[in-house]
Design a protein around this ligand. Structure first.
Ligand SMILES: [Zn+2]
Length: 188
């Protein structure tokens, strides 16, 4: 082997050749993927060009992309902070500005003090300024308007949101790109 392989990861596709999940992106460490390939549990789609692992007698390729043999249905989406941001595409739902997660807050549309619950249909991403401005009021009382009514997203909807976000491309191996991008606007 001619480069450190400890940190290599393997992109995991569903049987339809789409990533098993987009958010977070479905990746395994290569060792798990390697074992799954050699136990014939998954299909090896691509290997890393320039990396191999040796045993005493053989040399093996490292899987860069694998696919499940059977289609795995998406599970219900967990109600997490990250998923709320993702549903809202990291945009303040009042003014529409897109911000990194660290600069976004959560707004209870109907404030907790007025009986609003912490659930999909009552929580939206909000910039700090709008959160402060709205304070302890409903949007109507604050004379503010939601861009979109909050909803419980399906896995498919979250995937669609994730695909619209700019990726941290530096973290992705070139080999994966064919499976992540299909439109030409991402050439840069
Ligand atoms: Zn805002």
């Amino acid at each position: 082997m001619n480069q450190p392989i400890g940190n290599l990861r393997t992109l995991v596709l569903n049987a339809d050749m789409q990533p098993l999940s987009w958010a977070p992106l479905s990746v395994w460490n290569w060792q798990d993927a390697f074992v799954a390939v050699h136990q014939d549990r998954v299909i090896q789609v691509k290997t890393y060009d320039d990396v191999t692992v040796r045993s005493a007698t053989s040399e093996f390729e490292i899987p860069a992309v694998i696919a499940l043999k059977n289609y795995r249905k998406r599970r219900n989406v967990a109600f997490t902070r990250y998923h709320v941001f993702l549903r809202d595409e990291f945009r303040c739902q009042y003014c529409g500005v897109r911000l990194p997660a660290k600069d976004l807050t959560f707004d209870h549309v109907v404030p907790r003090s007025k009986g609003g619950r912490s659930e999909w249909t009552n929580i939206v991403a909000s910039c700090s300024a709008d959160n402060l401005r709205k304070a302890n009021r409903t949007p109507a009382q604050a004379n503010m308007r939601l861009m979109r009514e909050p909803f419980r997203p399906t896995g498919y909807q979250l995937d669609a949101s994730a695909r619209r976000l700019p990726f941290p491309v530096g973290e992705l191996h070139q080999t994966w790109m064919d499976f992540l991008y299909w439109d030409s606007e991402l050439d840069g």
